[in-house]
Design a protein around this ligand. Structure first.
Ligand code: MF3
Ligand code: CO
Ligand code: CO
Length: 280
């Protein structure tokens, strides 16, 4: 490893970071979250995913950051945009959003060498009721996973918190994709599974950085990847949702690096946007 990397690795190869490194993640995470806030008014029926991606890519540059996804394993876009039954890694392009489409927008930026990775759900037009339930359960599952983060807990505790909640709502957790360590690299150990048993897996320590990014399906958990070699869809064509935060383990719990500065992360935002004249 090059000497820019301070600190130590656990025996599972998970890097332990110091206070200055938390600050690097805070700044990178904030920019990614701001972009997801600022893209919200650009999501509407008739819009293309390619135009949303073009705006995101311009925002990344305007904030002095670099896209982590452009050039990553040959990927050519500043975001992944995954509509309806697309689970993740949807490729932006000429596809036109229609009323009632739900979509995940996933942005990863690099600022001063630190990676900020976050995604959330949006709706074009009016949010269908069954999609609303899926989105709320997925959001709440992520937040329950984050609540399990503290020194001494295990990665299995995080997965179990997510899986048990999702399955209690008769929805399913995708197994084919997971969260990941990050920091000065995009994807590092460990694999952060969104299912599991309490007390299993590596023990969390202060200074670990990773994402939690559960994908939840209304139907079965199986996915397949399309011939473009990126787009992952549900095999049974059921709706899928995802939320992602980048977090760090603190002495007493967790810090979320990608909180929405405008308070637009929680899906009640999407419901309110669907009824712009509501005073509630
Ligand atoms: N941001 C995604 C993640 O959460 C990774 C996207 S890689 C890409 O890990 F190449 F598809 F953009
Ligand atoms: Co990620
Ligand atoms: Co991501």
């Amino acid at each position: 490893m090059n000497d820019q990397h301070n600190g130590r690795l656990t025996r599972e190869g998970i890097r332990i970071h110091d206070a200055a490194e938390f600050d690097g993640m805070r700044r990178a995470g904030r920019i990614a979250a701001e972009i997801l806030d600022e893209i919200a008014p650009h999501v509407f029926p008739g819009q293309t995913t390619g135009e949303i991606d073009r705006i995101i890519t311009a925002m990344v540059a305007a904030k002095g950051a670099v896209s982590a996804t452009i050039g990553y394993k040959g990927y050519q876009h500043g975001s992944c945009i995954s509509i309806n039954h697309v689970v993740c890694h949807g490729i932006p392009g000429p596809k036109v959003l229609k009323d009632g489409d739900i979509l995940n927008i996933d942005v990863t930026v690099i600022l001063n060498g630190w990676f900020g990775d976050t995604s959330r759900m949006y709706v074009a037009g009016k949010l269908p009721r069954k999609a609303e339930r899926l989105i709320e359960v997925t959001h709440d599952a992520l937040m329950l996973g984050i609540e399990a983060v503290r020194p001494g807990a295990t990665f299995g505790d995080i997965g179990h918190a997510i899986q048990s909640y999702v399955e209690s709502h008769r929805m399913s957790v995708v197994r084919d994709f997971c969260g990941h360590g990050l920091g000065r690299v995009f994807h590092a150990p460990p694999n952060v599974l969104h299912y599991g048993r309490p007390g299993t897996g590596p023990v969390l320590e202060e200074g670990m950085f990773f994402t939690i990014e559960p994908m939840v399906n209304l139907g079965r958990p199986e996915t397949k990847t399309l011939s473009d070699e990126w787009t992952a869809v549900t095999r049974d064509k059921s709706l899928s949702a995802q939320f992602e935060h980048s977090v760090g383990v603190t002495a007493t719990g967790v810090e979320i690096f990608t909180l929405s500065p405008a308070g637009l992360f929680h899906p009640t935002y999407a419901r309110d946007a669907a009824t712009p004249h509501s005073t509630a």
